[in-house]
Design a protein around this ligand. Structure first.
Ligand code: FAD
Ligand code: UDP
Length: 370
């Protein structure tokens, strides 16, 4: 059978769209399919009340890599947004990430020296030589007060597991700093696309054939036959029909609400860090773009275990699931015309800039090889 395409790309998220863009630019013919009715994967925004609503959770672009920053800015201009979420613990408000403002709110410490002394004392009280899980890592990193008020409840809701059952790396994502600086990220570049993320997706996919509402598994053989290579960005275990067992994912339910008020919480994100509040955070979308619309849209985020009818958002990178993922990746090596990429197919807790970096890298390799 004649091959109509060089690449069939399953998934129009950042991995699929970036890869498709690079290969099309190099003269390759790509077909992108997505089972959803829109492109963009989890960065998709829905316009409600003239506000770009981050439909699958809040997305803040941040990177240290100038090449990746220039790449995304070549499709859409980014604004000056800096993520400064606030934590609400049982009605008390704290700045995040853990910085001099947080320490003052917790202990009234006014200098870095005072704050360091307080944290060091708490770290010493629970010191573990080589932290093996998130709880040990957090206690070694910030001490008990911060762990109990700002980490434990949020983390156990988010992951549905105890801090002692989670990998330490998750908490290493958060900065700890002894300056009055509420910027959640340390990266050099940060912002939100002006006009929303769909502009980025549209730029990446411009001039490329995209078929929406098409599930790869409804027609796997026929679709695969049309291209020389398949680039797959869906769930790793699903590709192999779960033959070695199910990988675990964490899912979320988003409760989006339009409110007849101009400014509901004064910031884009408030994290509810106690265990009892059933949601982890409330997002107020207009603040990503400094909106002044008459109404507002908020989203409450409820974490839950993934089951077949839900969206898989986060891989659970504990030892058991990592082992299984490794076995699936071995199966993939038997298929030379198959490329796996992105958060789901690589089973990796990737941020957007990392997904773009990975897609650019794979595209470069492909162009050298063929
Ligand atoms: P996805 O965006 O998941 O795209 C995969 C696509 O494949 C989907 O569109 C899906 O419909 C399609 N697909 C799957 N299976 C099939 C099939 N069988 N047939 C056809 N199509 C299929 N990153 C940041 O940098 N900053 C943030 O602030 C941030 N916040 C986040 C908040 C949340 C709640 C979540 C879940 C993630 C966040 N991320 C953030 C991570 C970011 O979303 C990802 O890194 C990135 O969007 C992943 O892109 P992807 O292409 O790998 O996957
Ligand atoms: N976290 C926390 N308290 C917070 C925010 C985050 O304990 O207020 C923990 C939680 O375990 C989370 C991890 O830090 O999974 C990483 O947070 P990040 O904001 O990077 O998670 P994301 O939502 O981007 O995946």
């Amino acid at each position: 059978m004649d091959k109509n395409y060089d690449y069939l790309i399953v998934g129009s998220g950042l991995f699929g769209a970036t890869f498709a863009h690079q290969m099309t630019k190099a003269g390759k013919k790509c077909l992108v399919i997505d089972k959803r009715e829109h492109a963009g994967g989890n960065i998709y925004c829905k316009e409600i009340e003239n506000i770009n609503v981050h439909w699958y959770g809040p997305h803040i672009f941040h990177t240290n890599d100038k090449e990746i920053w220039d790449f995304v800015n070549s499709f859409v201009e980014f604004n000056r947004f800096i993520y400064t979420p606030v934590a609400n613990y049982k009605g008390e408000l704290y700045n995040l990430p853990f910085n001099m403002n947080t320490f003052y709110q917790l202990w009234k410490t006014k200098t870095p020296e005072e704050a360091k002394a307080t944290i060091d004392k708490q770290i010493k009280a629970n010191l573990v030589k080589s932290p093996k899980n998130l709880e040990e890592q957090a206690l070694n990193f910030v001490g008990e007060d911060i762990y109990l008020k700002l980490i434990k409840g949020y983390t156990e809701k988010q992951w549905g597991r105890k801090g002692t059952e989670l990998p330490a790396f998750i908490i290493k994502r958060l900065p700890l700093r002894f300056t009055f600086d509420n910027n959640y990220f340390n990266d050099k570049y940060q912002g939100i696309p002006i006009g929303g993320y769909n502009k980025l997706t549209e730029g990446l996919l411009k001039g490329i054939e995209v078929r929406l509402g098409v599930d790869f598994f409804a027609n796997k053989q026929e679709l695969s036959k049309q291209a020389h290579k398949v680039v797959y960005t869906g769930k790793l275990d699903e590709y192999f029909n779960y033959s070695l067992g199910h990988l675990k994912y964490r899912s979320l339910e988003f409760d989006h609400q339009v409110l007849d008020t101009e400014n509901y919480q004064g910031t884009a994100a408030v994290n509810y860090t106690d265990f009892e509040t059933p949601y982890t955070r409330i997002i107020e979308h207009k603040h990503f773009e400094f909106g002044k619309q008459a109404k507002t849209v908020i989203t409450k985020e409820y974490p839950q275990e993934w089951t077949t009818n839900k969206e898989p958002y986060y891989p659970i990178n504990d030892t058991e699931n990592e082992e299984l993922a490794k076995k699936y990746k071995k199966l993939k090596e038997l298929e030379p015309n198959l490329i796996f990429g992105g958060r789901l197919a690589e089973y990796k807790y990737y941020d957007m800039h990392q997904v773009i970096g990975a897609a650019l890298h794979v595209a470069k390799n492909e162009l050298n090889v063929r």
